[in-house]
Design a protein around this ligand. Structure first.
Ligand SMILES: Cc1cc2nc3c(=O)[nH]c(=O)nc-3n(C[C@H](O)[C@H](O)[C@H](O)COP(=O)(O)O)c2cc1C
Ligand SMILES: [Fe+2]
Ligand SMILES: [Fe+2]
Length: 391
């Protein structure tokens, strides 16, 4: 148990054994499930943890309480990575009152069979819960991951419990629970944001607007470290991401190559760009596609290169573009290279995907490679890169 501010403690858990978060996102640096305690006249618990860590968390909670009871359990989000121990808490501490909004209680009963006699307090936007010396104010954040999400603001200590917002993948030091290095937060926070919350930029903008009216000293998210320094950096990144603006000038190169020839073209494209501006290339067959998606969002430009496949598009590229589309990839400039040996089809498929996205400026000419890159292909590739970079 680590003190965050007066009476406020971190009792979250690192999960370093997990392979896939939400059974899809690789987390080889682990993830945390954050839970907080406010030890005031009335004792408040904010969220629980994933079922994977129930035993250790319940034991830690017991130790932290040191014989005291829990008065309130604020449920900011019913996704099971945070709600799995609600039932256990109500059984162990039967005097607890669950605090949530109308949707929270609908979802809690959908997921868990909780004794109907457990007390519930339904709160609405702006409502304040007094726990003695602390006043906790609730702000609804619908779709900042799920419909029932709400943030809690400790008006006395100026702490915002931000639910899934401002979280990042990766476990944290048990000694140093505050992020010390913004750059260390950035890549895993972007991968988390774009993939988990990214579709709901408008709703994140609405939350940021509410937060801008508050005096915030500490951000306590449900995953990753707490933030207490240079908060404008983190809020600024959330503003950029949720407004679908590129974060940096540069080119992301994503390729999907069956036999390696398209990969050679990608290497050529990378070499042509890297001396002029920032460039980063990934092999979609061999990377975490969700990492690739978040990198695509980082830059203002992208080159996609893919082999044709059964009169369509080689599947790693197809999957990448499908995910990009669901995350509302937009406001970027894109260039396309296809490879085909008898009836190239990859280019048309990729172009169709970008045409269905909002505000994508495409370099008009698609470069077609027939099986392998020849000397005569090089000027076409150079022209494509020049058009992309605006030269
Ligand atoms: C299973 C399979 C299906 C393919 N389907 C097509 C196709 O429909 N049209 C086409 O022009 N080439 C097709 N190709 C050829 C690939 O596009 C070829 O691998 C590519 O032109 C060479 O680039 P690479 O080495 O990057 O894969 C296919 C190849 C494989 C292995
Ligand atoms: Fe969530
Ligand atoms: Fe979560």
């Amino acid at each position: 148990m680590k003190e965050i501010a007066k009476d406020i403690y971190y009792i979250g858990i690192n999960d370093n054994d997990i392979d896939l978060f939400e059974n899809v996102y690789p987390v080889n640096k682990g993830v945390t499930y954050n839970s907080y305690l406010i030890m005031d006249e009335k004792i408040t618990l904010l969220d629980t943890v994933d079922v994977r860590k129930s035993d250790i968390w319940l034991k830690n909670l017991d130790e932290a309480l040191n014989g005291k009871e829990i008065d309130y359990l604020i449920v900011s989000h019913v996704e099971p990575d945070h709600s799995s121990n609600i039932k256990a808490v109500t059984e162990k501490y039967p005097n607890v009152t669950l605090v949530g909004n109308k949707k929270t209680f609908e979802f809690v009963s959908q997921f868990y069979d909780i004794n109907p006699n457990v007390k519930k307090k339904e709160v609405t936007e702006g409502e304040v819960l007094n726990t003695g010396n602390h006043n906790l104010q609730f702000f609804m954040a619908p779709m900042v991951h799920w419909p029932e999400v709400m943030c809690t603001y400790d008006k006395n200590e100026k702490v915002i419990f931000s639910a899934d917002a401002f979280g990042r993948f990766g476990s944290i030091s048990e000694e140093k629970i505050f992020e010390e290095n913004e750059e260390n937060w950035l890549d895993e926070a972007r991968r988390y944001y774009i993939n988990i919350v990214g579709k709901y930029g408008t709703q994140v903008q609405a939350l940021l607007k509410k937060l801008s009216t508050l005096d915030i000293k500490i951000i306590c998210p449900l995953h990753g470290p707490m933030l207490n320094n240079n908060l404008q950096f983190y809020i600024g990144k959330y503003d950029t991401w949720s407004s679908y603006k590129p974060e940096e000038k540069g080119t992301f190169i994503a390729f999907a190559s069956i036999h390696g020839n398209t990969k050679n073209v990608a290497k050529k494209v990378y070499d042509l760009i890297k001396d002029k501006e920032q460039a980063e290339a990934v092999d979609l067959s061999r990377c975490d596609v969700y990492e690739a998606v978040s990198k695509a969002f980082k830059y203002d430009k992208m080159v996609v290169l893919a082999s044709s496949y059964n009169a369509g598009l080689f599947t790693p590229m197809e999957e990448f573009l499908n995910i990009l589309k669901t995350k509302f990839y937009q406001n970027r400039k894109v260039a396309i290279v296809e490879n085909g040996s008898w009836a190239p089809s990859a280019g048309t498929c990729m172009k169709a995907q970008f045409l269905s996205m909002k505000n994508i400026e495409m370099v008009p000419e698609i470069v077609t490679i027939k099986s392998s890159m020849k000397d005569e292909d090089v000027p076409k590739i150079e022209n494509l890169v020049n058009s992309l970079l605006g030269n």
